[in-house]
Ligand binder design. Structure first.
Ligand SMILES: *Cc1c(COP(=O)(O)O)cnc(C)c1O
Length: 431
C-alpha cells in the first residue's frame, strides 16, 4: 500500500511506515491517492461472510499482498466482539459499535493499531504517549495492554474525566502507565507536543502517539460499515443512508472509504454545537469558532483534523461536497430527541447517537433506510442518560468490576521536565 502526505505529495510511504510515523512532514496526513473498488459481485460475496472473514478480505485488498503477513491473524485477534445493527423505528437502525472492552467504537481502531504496531516494530522499542479527555485514552490503554515491547503513558486532566473513564485507564498496570495531570486537557496536550519536539527524547523512547490520525485506526473502521450493510435485509440495501456523529471526522472518513470501495450508501454529517463543517458546507467559509462544551463531549472539536482526508477522497472519487446532508444539534435538542425516541420506541440513545439519529431523521427520504452509528454505550454517559430519561441504567458487569479495582496512577503538574524524568528515570523507557 502506498500512502501520500497530503501536504507534500513527494513524501510517499508504505502502510507500515505510516503506522509507525503517524504523521508526515509539515503535519501532513497520510492518505491513499488511488483506490481500487470491488466489483458489485465481489461486494455481494463479501456481504455473505462474517465480520472477521470479511474484514480480512477488505483490509488485505486495501493494504495489498506485499505487506504485513500477520494481517489475517491480527484481525481475528482484534475483532472479538460484535457490531449488531439494532432496529429503532422500522426506518432506521443503530449500528452498535460499543460492545468492545471499553464500550466505545474506538476499540476497533485502537485494538487493530496496537497489534499492527507490535507486528511491525520488530525489535525496536516503542512508547505510546497520549493525552486524553476520556474515551481515547481508555481505548488505547486497553488495546495496548500486555502488547510486548510497547509501553503506554496516558496523560489525563485531574478531576475532568469520569470515574468510569479513570478506572479504565488507571487499573490495568503492567505496561500501561496512568499519569494524572493537575491541569486542564489542553496542558496535557501541550506536554505531549513538547515531548514530540524533543528529538533526542523521542528517539530514546521510540515515541508514537496512537491518535486518531493514524491511518491504521481509520482502516479498521472501514470494516464495520460493511458489517452494517451485511445485516440489512437485501430488499432494503438499495437506498441506504449512514448518519455519523462527527468530532475529528475519522469515523466518517472510514465510511467514505467503504463507499469508495463500492458500498452503496449516502452519508449524513451530524455535529453538535461545534459546527465548523456544517457552516463550511453551507457558506464555503472555513471559520472555526472557539470549542464549546456539550453533553456529546467526544464531538467537542472545532478544528477536525481528519477533514483534509474527506476532501482528498472527494477529489479522488469526483464527489461533490454538496452531496452531503448535514446538521448540527444543540444540547436541548439532543435531550428532547433522546426523550422522544425513548417514549416512542423504548430505545435508549446516549447523546452522541442521539445527535446522529436526530440529523438522520431530518434528512431521511421516503424509501430510504437509515443507519446511525452508536459510538458509545449509554452507560458511559450514565448520569446524563439517567437524568434525561428518568431511568437507572445498569452498568455492564465488566465495567462494574473494573470500578472496584484500586487506581494505580502518578500525579504531577503540567510540566514536561517532570514527565520526562518520570519516563526516563522511574519507568526507564529508554533502557
Ligand atoms: C470519538 C468519538 C466520536 C467522534 O468520532 P470522530 O472519528 O472523531 O469523528 C463520536 N462519538 C464518540 C462516543 C466518540 O468517542
Amino acid at each position: 500500500m502506498q500512502l501520500v502526505n497530503l501536504k507534500d505529495n513527494a513524501e510517499r510511504v508504505t502502510f507500515a511506515q505510516a503506522v509507525k510515523q503517524g504523521i508526515g512532514a509539515h503535519q501532513g496526513l497520510f492518505f491513499m491517492d488511488k483506490l481500487e473498488p470491488f466489483s458489485p459481485s465481489e461486494i455481494d460475496s463479501l456481504l455473505q461472510l462474517d465480520l472477521v472473514a470479511r474484514s480480512q478480505k477488505v483490509l488485505r485488498h486495501l493494504i495489498g499482498s506485499d505487506e504485513l503477513p500477520e494481517l489475517e491473524a491480527i484481525i481475528a485477534d482484534a475483532f472479538t466482539f460484535k457490531a449488531p445493527l439494532v432496529n429503532v423505528d422500522g426506518k432506521s437502525a443503530c449500528l452498535e459499535l460499543f460492545h468492545g472492552p471499553t464500550l466505545a467504537f474506538k476499540d476497533f481502531g485502537a485494538r487493530f493499531m496496537a497489534r499492527v504496531l507490535s507486528a511491525i516494530i520488530g525489535n525496536d522499542k516503542c512508547t505510546i504517549l497520549t493525552a486524553t479527555s476520556g474515551d481515547t485514552g481508555a481505548a488505547v490503554a486497553d488495546a495496548f495492554y500486555h502488547q510486548p515491547k510497547i509501553n503506554v503513558v496516558v496523560l489525563y486532566p485531574k478531576g475532568m474525566v469520569s470515574p468510569l473513564q479513570e478506572s479504565l485507564i488507571a487499573t490495568l498496570g503492567d505496561n500501561i502507565h496512568a499519569v494524572e495531570v493537575d491541569a486542564p486537557f489542553d496542558n496535557c496536550q501541550d506536554m505531549v507536543k513538547t515531548a514530540f519536539d524533543d528529538a533526542a527524547f523521542k528517539q530514546a523512547v521510540g515515541l508514537n502517539s496512537a491518535n486518531s490520525i493514524n491511518i491504521s485506526r481509520l482502516l479498521a473502521q472501514v470494516c464495520y460499515y460493511f458489517e452494517a450493510v451485511a445485516q440489512v435485509p437485501v430488499e432494503k440495501r438499495e437506498h441506504l443512508v449512514f448518519a455519523v456523529p462527527c468530532g475529528n471526522f475519522g469515523n466518517i472518513t472510514a465510511g467514505l472509504i467503504a463507499k469508495a470501495l463500492g458500498l452503496k450508501a449516502r452519508f449524513v454529517i451530524a455535529c453538535n454545537a461545534n459546527d465548523t463543517v456544517p457552516r463550511y458546507l453551507k457558506s464555503g467559509q472555513w471559520e472555526p469558532h472557539a470549542t464549546v462544551a456539550t453533553i456529546s463531549n467526544a464531538m467537542d472539536i472545532s478544528r477536525p483534523n481528519n477533514w483534509p482526508r474527506v476532501e482528498a477522497l472527494c477529489r479522488l472519487m469526483g464527489w461533490s461536497l454538496q452531496d452531503f446532508d448535514y446538521g448540527s444539534v444543540s444540547d436541548d435538542e439532543t435531550r428532547a430527541h433522546m426523550r422522544s425516541v425513548h417514549e416512542a420506541t423504548g430505545y435508549v440513545l446516549e447523546p452522541h447517537a442521539a445527535v446522529a439519529h436526530k440529523v438522520l431523521s431530518e434528512h431521511l427520504k421516503d424509501g430510504e433506510f437509515g443507519i446511525f452509528l452508536g459510538t458509545a454505550h449509554p452507560a458511559k454517559f450514565k448520569s446524563e442518560v439517567d437524568k434525561t430519561l428518568g431511568i437507572d441504567l445498569p452498568l455492564p458487569k465488566a465495567l462494574a468490576d473494573r470500578m472496584n479495582l484500586a487506581l494505580d496512577k502518578k500525579l504531577m503538574g503540567a510540566d514536561f521536565a517532570t514527565l520526562k524524568s518520570y519516563m526516563l528515570d522511574d519507568l526507564k523507557l529508554a533502557d
